[in-house]
Design a binder for this molecule. Structure first.
Ligand SMILES: [Zn+2]
Length: 50
């Protein structure tokens, strides 16, 4: 399930809340900044989009 970064312009990353995103964000550092989502991945960094 993708995870949305509420404090990052709403960017949607590959990964799940409580883990590391495809591009390397640790969602445990600021758990309140991240929510699981059904939205399409919008992050275009390596690891999230390819
Ligand atoms: Zn990403």
């Amino acid at each position: 399930m993708p995870v949305k970064h509420l404090k990052g312009g709403g960017e949607v990353h590959k990964g799940t809340k409580g883990g590391i995103t495809g591009c390397g964000f640790d969602t445990k550092e600021h758990p309140d900044h991240w929510v699981n989502t059904q939205e399409k991945i919008s992050c275009n960094k390596r690891g999230c989009n390819y």
